[in-house]
Design a protein around this ligand. Structure first.
Ligand SMILES: *[C@@H]1O[C@H](CO)[C@@H](O)[C@H](O)[C@H]1NC(C)=O
Ligand SMILES: *[C@@H]1O[C@H](CO)[C@@H](O)[C@H](O)[C@H]1NC(C)=O
Ligand SMILES: *[C@@H]1O[C@H](CO)[C@@H](O)[C@H](O)[C@H]1NC(C)=O
Ligand SMILES: [Fe+2]
Length: 464
């Protein structure tokens, strides 16, 4: 045997072994049945919704990335007595610098919001802890955050992933478990507070309570927001017809930094990841703003700088749960061929109140006149992760389609969060953590290999 053939065979064996990490096992439907706390919202007088005291005290504090590359944050907060100064003092040890924000307020039916402040804090140094202070005198409140490492292909970074959170005891358990993890920023997959389950003015009140509930995490690390169906708030019977009205006033996004015209559709780069946020509930067919913006944004992805390409959307494109089955089909038809062409690493979705992880499959060969109609294994396809079970008041979606489709690798109906630990340009360790009756349990783990850097040489592809 020539040494070339020998080394090729070694490579081949290595490839087969490594590919087993992601492919080829039969899908698993977990038999775990969790005991559920009742899926009811926590009463408003519970201490998890405690209102900060003091004259005009800042409330509902949350931060998000404020620019394209992670050197800015947007600090958002609400004051209820007077519009007040909109000032954030910040610094590396003392809060000697300051930034001025903008103030907005709105009504929803007869509910009047507080004064909502959004303050861009920019020009920050990478990989640095900053302290910040908001409010005055006895009402002042202090928090801190870490900026991400600079954009670098081997920058290690851990994202938390939470979807469909709501404000029940299960939601609280998910949030507390996440806060014990090493997560540095949250990719939030839509459906924040489920306030739209309420009537009239209670809708606005439950948006407020969720802001106070989530503050324990959102004030200290950026949450990257996407919208779900519970953010649409289309309520013609209340005279409210502007989609996402509550969300857009309260949750700022850095959409202008990625040249988007729509706050619910944008992209950021953070450490070694390029993250694209899509809206399942905004127009996306050919020629619409979202379609054109995405087409453009994909051409800007530079895998030499940010190897990890991650797309977020509320409605999953591959979902074998009975709940919301096939709701993602129209977006799949519009965008799947791009996701395969650009070798997206993962697509993260919520919406279905259960967990599912796919193998790399695609279904782009079919059109209404011809072609193979079934999803097939495709090494260029993303891994689809559905993490729609933060713990909201609608409960779990436990009915799975039988038999389990080939694309489905693992599925279970439990409340949970995930972590995505990017180690370097080739490896990312992904964990799904189920809330096991109040404890944190890791129930699905997989090493994900980068779709750009962890590639077969063209010669091997031909020989295989
Ligand atoms: C916003 O606040 C100002 C000052 O309190 C008030 O006059 C105005 O009516 C409010 N606007 C809305 C839309 O609630
Ligand atoms: C439809 O699929 C068939 C078979 O794969 C292919 O030959 C044809 O070009 C496709 N048509 C379009 C418009 O994509
Ligand atoms: C990335 O990390 C993995 C796991 O620690 C390691 O096996 C691999 O060699 C690293 N790759 C690079 C390019 O550093
Ligand atoms: Fe949803």
């Amino acid at each position: 045997m020539s040494s070339w053939t020998w080394s090729f065979q070694v490579l081949l064996i290595c490839f087969v072994l490594l590919s087993c990490a992601e492919y080829s096992k039969a899908g698993l439907t977990s038999t775990f049945i969790r005991q559920e706390w009742p899926s009811t919202d926590i009463p408003l007088d519970n201490k998890v919704f405690a209102v900060p005291t003091g004259p005009n005290a800042p409330k509902q504090v949350h931060i998000t990335q404020g620019d394209y590359d992670g050197k800015a944050v947007i600090v958002s907060l609400v004051t209820t007595e007077i519009p007040g100064p909109s000032k954030v003092q910040y610094g590396k040890s003392e809060e000697q610098l300051h930034a001025e924000g903008t103030i907005t307020n709105y009504t929803f039916y007869q509910y009047k919001s507080g004064y909502i402040h959004h303050c861009l804090v920019d020009g920050l140094e990478y990989d640095t802890k900053y302290y910040y202070k908001i409010g005055k005198g006895a009402s002042a409140r202090k928090f801190w955050f870490h900026t991400p490492p600079k954009i670098d292909p081997d920058a290690a970074y851990t994202f938390g992933i939470i979807g469909d959170l709501g404000q029940t005891y299960n939601s609280l358990s998910t949030l507390e478990h996440y806060m014990q993890s090493k997560g540095q920023a949250v990719l939030f997959l839509g459906d924040l507070c489920y306030a739209d389950k309420y009537k009239k003015n209670d809708i606005g009140i439950r948006w407020d309570s969720w802001g106070r509930f989530a503050e324990r995490s959102t004030a200290y690390q950026p949450w990257i927001w996407i919208v779900g169906n519970h953010e649409i708030d289309y309520r013609p019977e209340l005279g409210e017809v502007l989609p996402f009205k509550n969300f857009i006033h309260r949750y700022a996004t850095p959409f202008l930094a990625s040249k988007s015209s729509d706050p619910v559709c944008y992209a950021i780069r953070r450490a070694s990841a390029h993250i694209i946020v899509l809206s399942s509930y905004s127009p996306f067919v050919k020629y619409t703003p979202q379609w054109r913006w995405l087409r453009e944004e994909l051409t800007k992805v530079d895998r030499e700088k940010t190897p990890w390409l991650i797309v977020l959307m509320h409605v999953p494109l591959y979902n074998s749960n009975e709940a919301y089955f096939m709701e993602g089909e129209s977006m799949r038809v519009a965008f799947e061929s791009w996701f395969v062409q650009y070798k997206v690493d993962f697509i993260l979705s919520g919406h279905v109140h259960a967990y599912e992880r796919s193998y790399r499959f695609s279904n782009i060969r079919y059109n209404v006149s011809a072609g193979d109609p079934y999803p097939v294994p495709d090494k260029s396809a993303p891994v689809y992760l559905t993490i729609g079970d933060g713990g909201n008041q609608e409960g779990l979606a436990s009915g799975y389609r039988d038999p389990q489709p080939e694309y489905s690798a693992f599925r279970e109906a439990s409340y949970c969060h995930s972590t995505l630990e990017i180690m370097n340009r080739t490896h990312a360790l992904y964990h799904w953590h189920r809330n096991y009756d109040g404890n944190k349990v890791t129930a699905d783990s997989v090493m994900l290999l980068n779709q750009y850097w962890y590639v077969l040489s063209p010669v091997m592809v031909i020989l295989l």
